[in-house]
Design a protein around this ligand. Sequence first.
Ligand code: MN
Length: 428
Amino acid sequence: MIEANNPQWETWLPVPEKSDFPIQNIPFGIGVFGPGIHHACTRIGDTVIDLYALAENGLVLHSGVENPEVLKQEVLNDLMKSGKSGMRQLRDHLSRLFRKDNPLLRDNPELREKCLFPYKAVSLELPVKVENYTDFYSSIEHATNVGTMFRGKENALMPNWRYLPVGYHGRSSSIIVSGEAVRRPWGQQRPDPEAPPVFGPSRLVDFELEMAFVTCGENQQGTPIPVREAEDYIIGFVLFNDWSARDIQGWEYVPLGPFLSKNWASSVSPWIVTLDALEPFRVEGPYQEPEVFDYLKSEGKRNFDIKLEVIIQPENGEENVVSRSNFKYMYWNICQQLAHHTVNGCNIQIGDMYASGTISGPSPDSYGSMLELTWRGANPIKLNDGSERKFINDFDTVIMRGYAEKGNLRIGFGEVSSKLLPAIKEWK
Ligand code: MN
């Protein structure tokens, strides 16, 4: 068992009941600890722990971190050069430091003051410089729903879909962290298929409920990553809202796929929850038929039972849960995705982000986009203030939360939350 995962561990830090961040989680993020001061950090309960402050005070010796300067940067990319094993060693080390019976920091108020902060006092940044961003399309329920809407039930899944994890290369520059607002985009659309296209603000702004994995290893160009080794390259996951403008998408996507409908913003949760921490929540994926090619054959439990929900919160209004889904529904798992991505010799980089594609479950209340939840706007969702939504309105905040739970153990992500601002007024 991974040392930090032992469910017996208790911490001397207070951890509220139902917290996403027990001592068994120990995610990694980037916090702002003063003007322009960015440090790597973790969170236990409601306490954010400054890892560079720990290092300055001699508390990360023998932790796998050879050069403490990697904890003093705007992103985790250099820290992650220690790879999966280095990050595991650091997580184990942090677990030891905060265990109930370890007096080192527990009994030193002066040191505690330098290293520990209430989570509300620390703003969190995008945890990695996203070198490359790929978006898959790996939920069979989502692909079937969208295919049914646009091509009919008979042709819902394209012929390639069960043979390979469909994906496309997205835009990394517009990936932003939870809390940052996004703006309704302008673009070309063709609302009337018999008339010429029009140019204006998108009227069909949607979310996509996704999870994304982050890589902490690199392969050489020309050398594929075998499916059985894929997890060695993956540090963990964030929640991922892949903002989408459906009207722009519908007009532009043939024949090369989505472009401006998707590249204006994607929002992520600030904590990278490690694959290691999610170890207890592994489950079998769905049965794959037809049998996949050998290079895609993965063994063991490669899916994760992570409960997901999407909330719409109107300006000054209450939260409305509009979807409850689960990461376990994915047809293609992360090992298959990475093996497929590199089977042609494509080289991945430390800090790449790979999103799952919209995660829809089998029931209509588990669909991962408004497109599906309202079936293209045909069945609007009623919010508890009486208003209706077909898609996302100006000033709505979209919140995604996720956690895994088994017995008394709960490992969570916190949330990714972002408000949609109105489009710019005029085009100059
Ligand atoms: Mn997407």
